[in-house]
Write a protein that binds this ligand. Structure first.
Ligand code: ADP
Ligand code: ADP
Length: 225
């Protein structure tokens, strides 16, 4: 079948630093792709280009056949809000809001009323097995719980593509594996695709396919599944 997203020959420099020097990636519907490679190799830059957070200097990124660079800023931000979900290393939850309010936030921003949004958020917290922290603030929950709340927030809008940048990077290996299992199960249940940036082979093991970035160039991982 057709990929839901493709990156082709993507180049991106920051001043004198060439972060990406011809990166390619296909993401098929429902597929979890791990983007591996050493620190500074260009993994996050590739994720940011694919998510339309930054624009490449050259090359192309398409989502459902549409070239991101030809969309205007509001079309790209609508795409990020409506079709994409995001999970980062440090959950980036809003400290003043409770966990359930954090998870409800993307729905509230999309115009949903408080009660239905919080009902959906509670349901999503339960799927991530953290509904017990719903009324707590992020500062009062553990790292693993906070990361599961962040995953719940990324899933609550039923995104087509989830961008996860070192989602377990701040967790011990037991909590990291739990978060990965829950993230991958939830993605599979909703047929979401995942771009998973990680430098940890144990985390990448949850993917369907591995790509390695080195010096801004991608290649298939040797012995990838
Ligand atoms: P990775 O995710 O593999 O650690 P990055 O994509 O974050 O790598 O970074 C690739 C290279 O680009 C690094 O040399 C990094 O310092 C540089 N870089 C990334 N983002 C910026 C930025 N906003 N400004 C300047 N340099 C950047
Ligand atoms: P609804 O159609 O009620 O809005 P969703 O769009 O949230 O439901 O979810 C679509 C399907 O995916 C449903 O079958 C739901 O049970 C399942 N689902 C949603 N989120 C998760 C999750 N985090 N883990 C497992 N299954 C999920």
């Amino acid at each position: 079948g057709e990929p839901i997203m493709s990156a082709r020959a993507v180049r991106k420099s920051f001043g004198p630093t060439q972060a990406l020097d011809g990166a390619d990636l296909d993401l098929h519907p429902g597929q979890v792709v791990a983007v591996m490679g050493p620190s500074g190799s260009g993994k996050s830059t590739l994720l940011h280009c694919m998510a339309g957070i930054i624009l490449p200097d050259d090359g192309s990124v398409t989502y459902q056949g549409r070239e991101l660079s030809t969309m205007d800023d509001s079309a790209r931000s609508a795409l990020r809000r409506n079709e994409f979900g995001f999970v980062f290393q440090f959950g980036q939850l809003v400290p003043e809001l409770t966990c359930v309010e954090n998870v409800a936030l993307p729905l509230r921003l999309a115009g949903m009323g408080r009660k239905p949004a919080e009902a959906k958020a509670t349901d999503q917290l339960a799927r991530l097995e953290v509904d017990d922290v719903a009324e707590k603030r992020p500062g009062d929950v553990s790292g693993g719980q906070g990361q599961r709340v962040a995953v719940a927030r990324s899933l609550v809008t039923t995104p087509k593509v989830i961008f996860a940048d070192e989602p377990t990077g701040a967790l011990d290996s037991l909590n990291g594996e739990r978060v990965m299992r829950l993230l991958v199960d939830a993605a599979k249940a909703t047929s979401a695709s995942v771009v998973l940036v990680t430098h940890e082979p144990r985390v990448a093991a949850y993917s369907d396919y591995e790509v390695v970035v080195r010096d801004g160039k991608t290649r298939a991982a040797v012995g990838a599944a």
